[in-house]
Design a protein around this ligand. Sequence first.
Ligand code: E4P
Length: 219
Amino acid sequence: MKIFVDTAVLEEIKAVKEMGILDGVTTNPTLVSKTGKPWKEAILEILKEVPDKPVSVEVIATDCEGIKKEAKELAKLGPNVVVKIPCIEEGLRAISEMHREGAKVKTNVTLVFSPLQALLAAKVGATYVSLFIGRIDDISYDGMQVVEEIVDIYNFYGFETEIIAASIRHVDHVRRCAALGVDIATIPFKVIKQMYRHPLTDKGLERFLEDAQKAGISI
Ligand code: E4P
């Protein structure tokens, strides 16, 4: 499973990159606004730090022509830019039209909450589809159940669109997505850090270090 970090905070992106586990980055207008930086400055900094892995950047237009215009502008920012487009009629149409026109724009259909939305994202040839697991859980449905159905549908028809498990709230979401063979999880930095932490690791290490000291081990 590929690991994307779901943030616009440069220090968090750098930390995941330095850990050697970064496969990509996803942003959205909310995440960029949290950095307190001007939008373009924040995006260009991320692209400079991550020039060779997919970086999702979201459009704000909601009409087909506007989405296409913004998508083409965003794609000019870097070869690894993936344009996030909401799963609305105009968004799906924009992706289809860009395909027909031969525009070289990689797309990520976002704000997806159902298998049918994911089916349509694949039908229009999106590069990625982002399923918001946590927000489905928030309204008392089972986000993981939706992931499972999407994985089945995509496998059944052999769609090439890659599934991004998004709106990840805790490590169990990540574990269950990995067990289902989901292509990608885009994970908040704080959840990535929880992935390698385990109380028994900390306890075990403490004991090993104590014993090493007692035995006078130095390497
Ligand atoms: C996906 O690409 C979104 O940026 C993100 O995962 C949304 O997560 P949230 O529901 O925690 O805002």
